[in-house]
Design a protein around this ligand. Structure first.
Ligand code: HEC
Length: 131
């Protein structure tokens, strides 16, 4: 086999390897998307949303009474958020959703994970109830 033929074969193999790698990366990405909470899955404010704010003082490290508003501590979080930080007409525009969103550029202190942001959005879409 000539050296150029050999080289072309090698390049072909490399291209195939890259294509296979990209297919796998593609699948992994879809899996992450798939793991986000389902929009129709009922969201509970007490069981699903409050822990995002309070567990490990995730948000309440700063957002407490007399400190930075909104007050996100267990007893006061709901009244701090609803209705002030909710936009029922355009849930994606709700401040409690978009301000700490992973892709937000405004709230550098702490952001939601993708899954937490999805939960908050679903909760708003389902009526932002104190459930
Ligand atoms: C290290 C401190 C800190 C942490 C932790 C933090 N925040 Fe904040 N947050 C602030 C500060 C300071 C402001 C106000 C300054 C500003 O507008 O950027 C603010 C503003 C906000 C606002 C806008 C309030 C309004 O009335 O416009 C929201 C909503 C918010 N934070 C939600 C959260 C959530 C949800 C978490 C937890 C995922 C969180 N924050 C964690 C410091 C923090």
């Amino acid at each position: 086999m000539k050296i150029t033929q050999y080289r072309n074969k090698l390049i072909g193999k490399l291209i195939s390897a890259f294509m296979v790698a990209f297919i796998f990366i593609g699948c992994e990405y879809e899996t992450i998307e798939f793991d986000l909470p389902d929009e129709n899955e009922p969201v509970s404010f007490a069981a699903d949303i409050l822990p995002i704010f309070n567990n490990g003082n995730n948000c309440t490290a700063c957002h407490t009474a007399g400190s930075t508003s909104p007050d996100l501590t267990t007893d006061r979080a709901y009244n701090s958020i609803v209705p002030a930080l909710i936009n029922t007409d355009e849930p994606e525009m709700s401040r409690i959703y978009e301000f700490p969103h992973p892709s937000s550029t405004t709230h550098g202190f702490k952001k939601y994970t993708q899954a937490q942001a999805a939960l908050v959005l679903n909760w708003i879409k389902q009526g932002a109830e104190n459930n």
